[in-house]
Design a protein around this ligand. Structure first.
Ligand code: HEC
Length: 126
């Protein structure tokens, strides 16, 4: 009887420990972009839109149109970019990693960082 209890306990502990075995999600590294380094719209921001956003945000799709030909023109308005308070820019905040809005797609932490620094640097068509 006692042996059975011990066996049961061992089985229970074994199962408990096994169930704790989960895959660790390695957090994505957020780049610390030096302020002396210009973030380029064409080579750093646009590829994010092309890869993550333009499948829905395209001509005839949802506004803003984020396809390569139209993205800059589409977002270069006070509706999407707030130079006084970059973090509240709709193009950044709406799909930010922790945003409650836009469950369609969220920017990754690194992508959001590039977009934010680009806005902070004046949202230039560079
Ligand atoms: C699967 C389709 C899909 C993808 C991919 C997608 N979106 Fe959207 N997005 C939508 C839809 C649908 C809406 C409108 C409904 C809503 O507000 O959620 C929207 C709305 C928005 C708005 C608000 C527009 C406005 O004028 O109010 C912004 C900003 C936005 N998306 C940015 C992005 C960004 C940035 C990406 C890429 C990281 C992205 N979206 C990827 C479907 C998508």
């Amino acid at each position: 009887m006692k042996k059975n209890k011990i066996l049961l306990l061992i089985a229970f502990l074994g199962l408990t420990i096994a169930s704790c075995d989960y895959a660790f999600v390695v957090p994505e590294e957020v780049p610390d972009i030096p302020s002396t380094e210009d973030v380029s719209f064409a080579t750093q921001v646009l590829p994010i839109f092309t890869a993550q956003c333009a499948s829905c945000h395209k001509p005839g799709g949802k506004a803003p149109d984020l396809t390569a030909e139209n993205a800059y023109q589409s977002i270069n308005t006070t509706k999407y970019i707030n130079q006084d308070n970059p973090e509240s820019s709709l193009i950044y905040s709406y799909a930010a990693p922790d945003a409650s809005t836009h469950s369609w797609k969220h920017l990754s932490a690194a992508q959001a960082q590039y977009l934010l620094v680009w806005i902070e640097q004046g949202a230039k068509n560079n």
